[in-house]
Design a protein around this ligand. Structure first.
Ligand code: PRP
Ligand code: URA
Length: 209
């Protein structure tokens, strides 16, 4: 089964509180989401392999380390996932960005795909799928499936807030994918919203409601 990492770093928890607050408007919401995205990326990349290199400092030769192996890709699930991309790129500026367009059918709550464009060498990259909300898990699970259908194997899921139902679904359908979240909430309500959650992430990010 994929591992679940809950990031309880005080800075992440502090920022998450303001993000949840209904008084927080789109400008602050965007800034906070990107800041948390950057802090989370620090943890998501913690186990990337290093290789030793020889360099020369102004003082003497030295052995030092650089990232080795696979390069990174960030794949936001549209729309709300876009809000986490800049934060991740601030930490790993050379990562390539793919996009997956999905929306939840409001009646069935099942994801409907409308767009998918991945980096040309996505199969050789470690892909971090980003989306603030993991509710029923339908969108995340479908996004991971689309990526796998295109030959990608190394995938990590990064969400801000998750419901237990969504975690269970992704772990069941994609046992090879680790999930990184900042908070696990109580439950889903009858409309598939996370309780207490933060409301509709896409609408709060883009000010569309
Ligand atoms: C939200 C959110 C996730 C999805 C989570 O997107 O950003 O993608 O819902 O729900 P699930 O786990 O039950 O699938 P939404 O469908 O509202 O689209 P939007 O980002 O375009 O607003
Ligand atoms: N999508 C959101 O934006 N919020 C939720 O709580 C659930 C799905």
């Amino acid at each position: 089964m994929g591992r679940l990492f809950v990031m309880d770093h005080p800075l992440i928890q502090h920022k998450l509180t303001f993000l949840r607050d209904e008084q927080t408007g789109p400008k602050e919401f965007r800034e906070l989401l990107n800041e948390i995205g950057m802090l989370m990326a620090y943890e998501v990349t913690r186990d990337l392999p290093l290789r030793q290199v020889e360099i020369r400092t102004p003082v003497k030769e030295a052995k030092a380390y650089v990232l080795d192996g696979k390069k990174l890709g960030v794949v936001p699930i549209l729309r709300a996932g876009l809000g986490m991309v800049d934060g991740v790129l601030r930490l790993v500026p050379h990562a390539r960005v793919g996009h997956i367009g999905l929306y939840r059918d409001p009646k069935t709550l099942e994801p409907v795909e409308y767009y998918c464009k991945l980096p040309a060498d996505a199969q050789e990259r470690v892909l971090i799928v980003v989306d603030p909300m993991l509710a029923t898990g339908g969108s995340a699970s479908a996004a991971i499936r689309f990526i796998k259908e295109r030959g990608c194997k190394s995938i990590r899921m990064m969400n801000l807030i998750a419901a237990p139902e969504g975690i269970e679904r992704v772990q069941k359908e994609h046992p090879d994918v680790d999930i990184y979240v900042a908070g696990v909430d109580e439950k889903l309500n009858d409309h598939g919203y996370i309780v207490p959650g933060l409301g509709d992430a896409g609408d709060r990010l883009f000010g569309t409601k």
